[in-house]
Design a protein. Structure first.
Length: 167
């Protein structure tokens, strides 16, 4: 994913690429403002219940039709753990409590986030209902997982299948 900018957000003048702090960045030709692109941060939530893993089927690209752990982007003013709780509720109808931090994943070529924070969570209530950007939500056993989209989902599910992950 590449990012670009053409005009200064402060004064509206055109931007030009210049080396700043060892990296080529857009710089305003009039006021000198440097554009720093912030990373996109997402959360992913690993939820086990009665030896089954909760997955959602994606309703949109990337990965439309594929299965993944509940996940989504962190809002600019939202603590990541609260984003994880919100995303689970929005996509599955379940309420959860975060029980731990599992891993922080770097960007791979199969998603839109630059950083993915993986949490473990436990169900506290709600009723299974796929919504938001999930076409379906379902529980899967260790030996009957569907093919998974996205590096964090595949990595965590594989660790669980091998018995290495027991949140």
């Amino acid at each position: 994913m590449s990012r670009s900018a053409r005009f200064c957000t402060l004064c509206g003048a055109p931007l030009a690429l210049q080396s700043v702090h060892g990296t080529v960045r857009p710089v305003c030709t009039a006021c000198g403002t440097v554009v720093y692109f912030d990373p996109k941060v997402a959360v992913v939530v690993f939820i086990l219940h009665e030896e089954q893993l909760l997955l959602v089927q994606r309703a949109m690209d990337p990965g439309r039709g594929q299965w993944a752990l509940p996940a989504g982007f962190v809002e600019y003013d939202e603590p990541p753990a609260e984003a994880a709780i919100r995303e689970v509720r929005e996509e599955t109808g379940y309420d959860v409590v975060i029980t731990g931090l599992l891993e922080v994943f770097p960007r791979k070529d199969d998603g839109l986030a630059n950083i993915v924070i993986a949490y473990a969570a436990r169900l506290t209530g709600g009723t299974l209902l796929a919504a938001d950007d999930a076409a379906a939500a379902a529980w899967f056993t260790r030996d009957a997982l569907p093919p998974l989209a996205f590096y964090p989902s595949r990595t965590l599910a594989a660790r669980w299948q091998r018995g290495e992950l027991r949140p």
